[in-house]
Design a protein around this ligand. Sequence first.
Ligand SMILES: Cc1cc2nc3c(=O)[nH]c(=O)nc-3n(C[C@H](O)[C@H](O)[C@H](O)COP(=O)(O)OP(=O)(O)OC[C@H]3O[C@@H](n4cnc5c(N)ncnc54)[C@H](O)[C@@H]3O)c2cc1C
Length: 256
Amino acid sequence: MTSELAVTLQKGRGRSKPKEWQKGVVAEIIVETPETNTLRISLPDPSEFLPGQYYNIRIPMEGRPRPIQRAYSIGSSPKPNFSLIDVGIREMPGGLVSPVLVRGVAPGDELEVRGPYGNFTWTEEMGGPVLLIGAGSGVVPLMSMIRYQAAVGTNHPMHLLYSSKSHEYVIYRDDLTSLEAEHDWLLVSHTYTRDPHDSRARYHRRIDKEMVAEVARESGAKLAYICGPPDMVEDAERTLVDLGLEPEAVRTEKYD
Ligand SMILES: Cc1cc2nc3c(=O)[nH]c(=O)nc-3n(C[C@H](O)[C@H](O)[C@H](O)COP(=O)(O)OP(=O)(O)OC[C@H]3O[C@@H](n4cnc5c(N)ncnc54)[C@H](O)[C@@H]3O)c2cc1C
């Protein structure tokens, strides 16, 4: 099936003008975990985006001549509404921008944003089965792909392997549980790295070669998306290519 959205974006790509900074308004804040908030941002000049893309956010900082910018993936689906975007931000202790976005922003505040950007994208015409591998906030763009498929109503098998510290730190916990209950095409395998006993997780260690190989074989994946810390992403990518996936079929996004 051809995605109208993908075609529209493809047509626009060659002649797209440089993106401008715009002032989004924080419409809502959703507390996801003790360290991660979703900021729901209303855009005055929205662009259609593809599931998996990101926006840059910049904030002024005392003592700095220019605002400081960071990239944040979109966790919401572009359908039915791409003028509201959800970004999921995990506070990095000692970081410049993420602590301000998690602790220092309130509904009604304006934030300067620019986007969308990125090629780490999935749409239904790319097919499946799809293996999604995420650690921590690396689940954010993968969630956009899952929510998108739920919104457009296709049913390519998706298996999400998702690493969190413990149940309390699972971003989108309730949403993932209900999406998995509603859709036969979705399977979620959690791994908890700091809770060796919780039976809600299938694994209780960091994502490793054996785990990736096991879920890849089970899911019969033809396509894979891996997002999170660079070491995890590179190791998982190598494992999947060693298992026989085409390198072009393994897409990665590293949160440096
Ligand atoms: C395409 C893309 C998409 C992304 N999407 C998301 C997302 O959806 N959600 C999300 O939470 N993040 C995402 N990120 C990561 C995000 O862009 C930021 O890198 C992250 O929020 C940290 O930014 P910061 O300004 O808070 O920390 P920084 O100031 O960049 O610092 C990062 C870490 O390094 C440490 N550090 C800084 N300076 C030093 C130093 N001199 N010596 C030792 N340690 C130091 C800090 O203590 C901190 O722990 C994404 C990144 C990319 C590239």
